[in-house]
Design a protein around this ligand. Structure first.
Ligand SMILES: [Zn+2]
Length: 101
């Protein structure tokens, strides 16, 4: 999977189209990612201690990785990524600026 945890991505389709966020978690098997502030679901959180009130918290839900595009940390553009072999290692590169990302 081309997107990994810690990447900043742009959402390119769905209800959160146009949003940017950091990948909090990647699920390569499901080809899904969880992005900060994207696909928020309200969840009721139970009080941790007695006497405390429960609260509604918004948590991001996983979205398909095909709805995201990496924002290249080198050139700052939402770019497609590719791979190249560099010193016997497979490195991810930005197709716009050809830098390793
Ligand atoms: Zn780039």
């Amino acid at each position: 999977m081309k997107i990994k945890k810690g990447d900043t991505v742009l959402i390119i389709s769905g209800k959160d189209k146009g949003k940017k966020g950091k990948v909090l978690e990647a699920f390569p098997k499901e080809r899904k990612v969880m992005v900060e502030g994207v696909n928020l679901r309200k969840k009721h959180q139970r009080p941790k201690k007695s006497g405390e009130k429960g609260q509604i918290v918004e948590l991001p839900g996983p979205i398909s990785v095909s709805n995201t595009k990496l924002i290249c940390p080198k050139c700052g553009k939402a770019a497609r990524t590719g791979y190249k072999i560099f010193k016997n290692n497979k490195v991810r590169i930005c197709k716009k600026c050809k830098q390793e990302v």
